[in-house]
Write a protein that binds this ligand. Structure first.
Ligand code: A4P
Ligand code: MG
Length: 162
């Protein structure tokens, strides 16, 4: 049997409800997915909302997974977890407030441009609320389109130990 496990990175965000409980619960749900392990989770960080209108501050985090699912299966599972938290897409504007937002950032070195599935996430490299927590757990992960590390994207200066 060939081992096809892939290291994937995801972003979690919430700015409605009990944000810490929602993120914690979502991580527990992800850990229960078939053939998927949660390898590491960043701290939960408080961030100012990026996007239209007045909305509350977000709690954001990033996690590293190891999974035998493919990218489409993993995203479908993440969207099902979003829905289980009562996110009503019809009533929310793009970039607006939400109880739970799960984004698939990186899926190994896979590049996908399909309707409903873009990997790496098309806006990850311009968002501090994604890059800061991600850099804390996966500074050396490389963006396969841009060919640069997460640490470089985050603007983090990595000092080699001397
Ligand atoms: N989709 C395709 N590829 C992916 C992928 N790699 N990961 C599709 C996740 N979804 C992907 O997603 C719309 C559709 O994109 C999904 O159904 C899926 O099929 P969505 O989550 O409803 O879209 P969105 O979140 O409203 O828009 P967008 O552009 O994805 O926004 P983001 O990037 O999710 O940002 N400010 C702070 N401080 N912190 C935040 O977390 N989040 C957002 C939303 C805005 N401002 C924020 C934060
Ligand atoms: Mg999203």
């Amino acid at each position: 049997v060939t081992c096809v496990s892939t290291t994937a990175h995801i972003a979690l965000g919430s700015n409605l409800g009990d944000r810490r409980a929602i993120l914690t619960d979502a991580l527990a749900q992800i850990a229960r997915l078939p053939a998927t392990a949660v390898v590491s989770v960043s701290a939960f960080i408080e961030t100012k909302p990026v996007g239209p209108g007045p909305q509350g501050d977000y709690l954001n985090a990033a996690a590293e997974l190891l999974t035998d699912l493919n990218a489409a299966e993993l995203l479908a599972a993440l969207l099902a977890i979003e829905r289980s938290h009562g996110r009503d897409r019809a009533r929310e504007q793009r970039w607006g407030a939400r109880r739970l937002d799960l984004d698939l950032l990186l899926f190994g070195d896979v590049v996908i441009d399909a309707p409903g599935l873009t990997v790496p996430h098309p806006r990850m490299h311009e968002r501090a609320f994604v890059l800061e927590p991600l850099a804390s757990i996966a500074p050396n992960a490389v963006h396969p389109r841009l060919g640069i590390s997460v640490a470089a994207m985050a603007g983090v200066v990595v000092h080699a130990a001397v």
